[in-house]
Design a protein around this ligand. Structure first.
Ligand code: ADP
Length: 537
């Protein structure tokens, strides 16, 4: 009994010798095999049992050639070995006692012929196998391409541009290099070119994008192509031997709907491959609509933020003007008191009037400055000495300081360089910080009211002015929102001061920070660039 394993083994041995697995060729191969066996038997018979003197064994070559149709490489080697063995057996049988030179030469010729034939057949077989494997790789690759082509969500067309290319190359040979200019003189050329394009295949996504008619195999529908100008661009790209064409174009679907698509065509390097040019389209209608909506929203936002800026400016104006206007009122009251004296103290009247003029000038400067912030050309930079800045600010705040009983201690630093800045901006920041300090100490009813102003040079590019008070310090709640617009803890506060101060300094590359001093009170630090090169953000 033959076991299944040995049967399988026999089959596999047979298949290593015979090409049973060749699709559709097994009956054919069997016939070749049988003829080869019959021929080998015939050759052996004639060679061994007849008196025909000649290189009969050479006919084994024919056996080999026939067998090669039905066998594998191993099979060929086995058959070649069998034929050689039969040749030697015939020789041994017929020339056992009378071996002569002629018969030996015939033997050698027959064996050599067998050898050479086997080698050539083996080589042919190798080439055949290599060809088969290349062919199968090609089939795999084509199948892969097909599957990607069919399944991708990008709309793809395979179009035959070969006729179009030859036409364009012909007219180029006639000296026409600008197809647009050519089409202006011969408008019919566009229609002619459209007629030269054929659809070879299209995928499902292409059918979904433009409809079944635009994706149908055959002559391309005109509407599936971009508008005339863009189509002429495509023609120009072909004439210029471009490898890729990519652009946003409008294409009309079968149902008349216009779609904005990103058209991309890859032109092959080999002119012969223009019969299968891959054209892709990605629908960007939604994306473009979204971009348009964003642009519109941005324009709205710009308008809104301009309005907000104007709002912030008015708030800033109101806030900044409060101080000089308040001072003017106080000074006019003082002036009236000096006038009411008997006799009136005219020297004091003059002093008050001068202060009023100074404060009015400041108020007008503030308006000027705010106006110039709104206009594109900003204020001019000048060299501002920190010492003078502090002195002048203290003079402006004189009344306020006196009223609140606040002492200002200034820690000066010799050789500190002047900063290139807009003086009124720095003054405004300093006034704000000092006013906040006075108000904080007022509110807390601090017995000792001291403001310490210190200057420093933290690094080569910066100087800083720190304003520390002896008030209650910044509350935990206020710490995080200190610089947020409209944040205030004061009943009559506007909450704009610190926010404006910070943006004023940042616009010149500076900084403003505030925290509590470890020994009590709040401390705010203005950090200024000594030489701001350009206006910052
Ligand atoms: P406003 O003075 O109108 O309140 P600011 O922006 O100048 O607006 O100040 C915001 C808030 O920061 C104040 O309401 C206050 O709570 C806090 N603050 C500012 N400076 C000080 C300070 N020196 N000490 C304590 N808190 C301060």
């Amino acid at each position: 009994m033959v076991s299944a394993t040995s049967a399988g083994g026999t089959m596999s041995t047979a298949s290593t010798i015979f090409r049973f697995r060749d699709v559709g060729g097994s009956g054919h191969n069997l016939a070749f095999g049988l003829i080869a066996v019959a021929l080998a038997a015939a050759v052996f018979y004639v060679d061994t049992y007849t008196d025909i003197e000649g290189a009969v064994a050479v006919l084994y070559v024919v056996t080999m050639l026939l067998a090669a149709q039905a066998t594998t490489r191993t099979g060929l080697l086995v058959i070649a070995a069998v034929c050689a063995a039969l040749t030697l057996l015939s020789y041994a049988t017929t020339h056992r006692n009378d071996a002569d030179l002629q018969s030996t030469i015939r033997l050698i010729v027959a064996l050599a012929a067998l050898f050479v034939t086997t080698m050539l057949l083996l080589k042919t077989e190798s080439a055949r196998l290599a060809l088969l494997s290349i062919n199968s790789a090609l089939k795999d690759s084509e199948a892969r391409y097909r599957s990607i082509f069919d399944r991708t969500r990008v709309a793809l067309w395979e179009r035959d541009y070969s006729k179009l290319r030859s036409y364009l190359m012909d007219i180029r040979a006639q000296g026409i290099t600008d197809i647009k200019a050519h089409a202006r003189i011969n408008p019919a050329v566009v229609h002619h070119c459209v007629g030269l394009i054929e659809v070879v295949a299209a995928n499902e996504a292409a059918r979904e994008l433009l409809g079944p008619q635009s994706a149908a195999v055959g002559t391309l529908r005109r509407s599936a192509l971009p508008g005339q100008e863009k189509f002429l661009d495509v023609l120009q790209a072909i004439m210029d031997d471009a490898r890729v064409f990519e652009d946003k174009v409008e294409a009309r679907a079968d149902n008349g709907e216009d779609k904005l698509v990103l058209l991309s065509i890859s032109f092959p390097e080999d002119p012969a491959a223009f019969n299968r040019v891959v054209v892709s389209m990605v629908d960007i209608t939604q994306r473009e609509m979204a971009l348009k909506a964003i642009a519109e929203a941005q324009a709205e936002l710009t308008k809104a933020s301009k309005a907000a800026t104007v709002g912030a400016m008015s708030a800033s104006l109101a806030h900044e003007l409060n101080q000089p206007l308040g001072a003017i009122v106080v000074n006019s009251q003082t002036l009236l008191r000096w006038l009411d004296r008997d006799p009136p103290d005219l020297i004091a009247v003059r002093r008050s009037a001068e202060r009023m003029i100074r404060d009015s000038q400041r108020a007008s400067e503030i308006i000027q400055n705010t106006r110039s912030l709104l206009s594109p050309s900003s204020n001019k930079l000048e060299n501002v000495s920190l010492d003078r800045l502090i002195d002048e600010t203290m003079a402006l705040m004189e009344h306020e300081l006196q009223r609140s009983g606040t002492t200002v201690l200034v820690d000066r630093m010799p050789d500190i360089p002047p900063v290139s800045a807009v003086k009124i901006e720095l003054q405004q920041v300093l006034i704000n910080l000092m006013t906040n300090a006075i108000q904080a100490m007022d509110e807390a009813g601090s017995a000792q009211r001291i403001i310490e102003i210190a200057m420093e040079r933290p690094d080569i590019d910066h100087v800083s002015i720190a304003v520390r008070d002896s008030g209650p310090g910044i509350t935990e709640d206020a710490k995080a929102k200190l610089f947020a617009p409209f944040f205030t803890t004061k009943v009559t506060g506007m909450g704009m001061g610190l926010s404006i101060c910070r943006s004023t300094l940042e616009a010149r590359g500076g900084k403003l920070d505030g925290t509590n001093h470890p020994e009590g009170g709040a401390i705010f630090e203005m950090r200024l660039l000594i030489k701001p090169e350009v206006e910052h953000g």
